[in-house]
Unconditional design. Structure first.
Length: 397
């Protein structure tokens, strides 16, 4: 594996796998959130500054069968050019004569982008011959796509084998790995993880892993009600996974055995319908009346979470504390975000990882006040779970 900082790019074409799977407006096909594009800019600029040229490759959406204009990367070319300050050429395909002609003639300082690699089914099947075709676009391979690092696809993993000595992580991917490693392996204490979101089932492996590394584990969001019901509380119509009651009790036991302070909310904001306009009330979390459901954490819990988070040196946040999409039930999530900002300003390292907490921190305009906001939802979760990600392994091996 090479190092992007010390690698000599002069006169070389870098084939850079980015994650430009950005949301587009349904009507105009304009980019509606360019976080992922902006996140890849430092890597592209670094290669250009070092005298190289850049061939970008990415997927966009899930095209079913071959070319489909609404999934073409042509839709985002002008946006990338604007953010980069360099005119990006569009190849029209990711393989084929004209695409090769363009990459072969690319000059130092120039940038081009291949079309959606998922227009070919061999991308997701990780077919070696397709990966080899992609590899012909570059002299060196840079993987900067954390969002797809958990997929053994042609452009994210298999292609790396055609660059045995010239493969490396981009700045974004390296930063992501470093941040998660900091959370999982740092000697600093106390370490706190806040895990929220809808379901226990989707977070169970992470919770189990975190119990081995953190001092405090705060459980919030919809999944808290499964813990409360498992402990014999009344949760009314709140979201509950009945198949996970025993699992929830096992987690409580395991936390005790491992000396982890497990915090489950003590009070909750309830509603008589899943709607922002529903009637609201605040009750103890195990005393939710029939016909009502818990949609956010209550004041007492907010205060307790704040104390725990503020006193932490390492904070990981994954998943909202309540239905933050509805204004009347966002207070718990806003408060946690603010506590994390506070802890960060006091010197803690904070990592926000996983889809909806990232959406929340962006919604509250606090992304630049925490240490690191991850771009990779599923990949981040799998990395936290301790799984070996194929995209990362392919570069390291
Ligand atoms: P996840 O993708 O598992 O992180 O779940 C995020 C979703 O969980 C968000 O859309 C939240 O609105 C939802 N959520 C959080 N708290 C609750 C709750 N108490 N009841 C129902 N849904 C919730």
């Amino acid at each position: 594996m090479a190092d992007i900082q010390s690698y000599d790019f002069s006169g070389k074409r870098a084939l850079v796998r980015v994650d430009f799977n950005v949301p587009l407006d349904k009507e105009t096909l304009a980019v509606t959130d360019d976080t992922r594009i902006r996140a890849a800019i430092p890597t592209i600029k670094l290669i250009l500054e070092k005298g190289g040229s850049v061939v970008l490759m990415s997927h966009l959406g899930r095209p079913k069968q071959g070319f489909d204009p609404k999934f073409s990367l042509e839709n985002i070319v002008s946006h990338i050019s604007e953010k980069l300050g360099v005119d990006v050429k569009f190849a029209g395909d990711c393989v084929g004569t004209s695409a090769y002609e363009m990459s072969t003639n690319l000059k130092p300082g120039e940038v081009m982008i291949l079309d959606n690699v998922r227009f070919y089914k061999h991308e997701t099947t990780g077919t070696e011959s397709f990966a080899e075709q992609l590899s012909k676009h570059g002299d060196v391979y840079v993987n900067d796509a954390f969002g797809t690092a958990h997929r053994a696809h042609s452009s994210t993993t298999v292609v790396a084998k055609f660059f045995p000595n010239d493969k490396m992580f981009g700045l974004l991917l390296a930063g992501e790995i470093e941040s998660v490693d900091k959370v999982l392996k740092s000697a600093e204490k106390p370490r706190t993880a806040i895990v929220g979101g809808a379901k226990v089932s989707s977070k169970i492996t992470i919770i189990e892993r975190l119990l081995d590394t953190v001092d405090n584990l705060i459980v919030g969001g919809g999944m808290a009600y499964t813990f409360v019901k498992a402990a014999g509380g009344d949760v009314g119509n709140s979201l509950v996974e009945d198949d996970y009651l025993e699992m929830a009790n096992n987690i409580v036991q395991s936390a005790k055995t491992k000396g982890v302070n497990l915090f489950i909310p003590t009070d909750t904001v309830i509603a008589d319908a899943f709607s922002n306009d529903a009637n609201r009330n605040e009750v103890m979390i195990g005393e939710i009346p029939d016909g009502w459901m818990g949609l956010d954490v209550g004041e007492e819990s907010i205060k307790r979470c704040d104390e725990i988070i503020r006193n932490s040196r390492i904070v990981l946040w994954n998943g909202p504390m309540g239905v933050f999409e509805m204004e009347n039930f966002q207070k718990g999530t806003v408060s946690v975000a603010n506590s994390i900002v506070e802890a960060t300003s006091n010197g803690a390292f904070s990592l926000i990882g996983g889809g909806d907490s990232v959406a929340a921190i962006n919604k509250f305009n606090l992304a630049d006040k925490v240490s690191y906001v991850s771009t990779g939802g599923g990949a981040m979760l799998e990395y936290l779970e301790g799984k070996e990600l194929p995209g990362i392994k392919a570069i390291l091996s």
